[in-house]
Design a protein around this ligand. Sequence first.
Ligand code: HEM
Length: 154
Amino acid sequence: MGFTEKQEAMVKDSWEIMKKNIPQLSLRFFSLILEIAPAAKNMFSFLKDSNEIPQNNPKLKAHAVKVFKMTCESAIQLREKGEVVVGETTLKYLGSVHLQKGVIDPHFEVVKEALLRTVKEAMGEKWSEEMKEAWGEAYDQLAAAIKAEMHAEA
Ligand code: HEM
């Protein structure tokens, strides 16, 4: 079965709620990434030289927002078109940034886990297995597009 209207709504509605608190959301997201994979720290310019996660860092927020927002856009595309379509320029940019920073395929699983746990904590009682599936599927399809571009470029 394809991506349903209900799944799309679950992702969109939870993102609408979460985006009201970007500072907290992005800090939590990065804390979880580093909890799952401490070595990932060295890839991020804003984490490399500090012992703790910087509060209110624009780059940290930008990356968190990009990951959540693009996953939400993927959910919309999956429902509308049945596939994730990232514009060619954006995809090329994403492919080269991640390659250049030393990101490898397993890192995408780390970020997925951190993303799902962030949504779970933020949504509290509204969290459900269905919501997890919807966010997970939208993220996987987006990650697949980025990874394919990285492989093509490497
Ligand atoms: C940079 C998006 C997954 C590590 C970026 C940038 C974007 C982006 C848009 C450019 C930064 C900016 O100017 O905003 C995404 C999306 C992802 C994803 C949509 C998944 C769907 C990952 C993963 C890792 C990662 C899995 C590794 C754990 C990085 C690093 C940078 C970066 C290290 C450079 C940031 C810096 O030091 O300033 N990403 N990313 N990203 N991404 Fe990702």
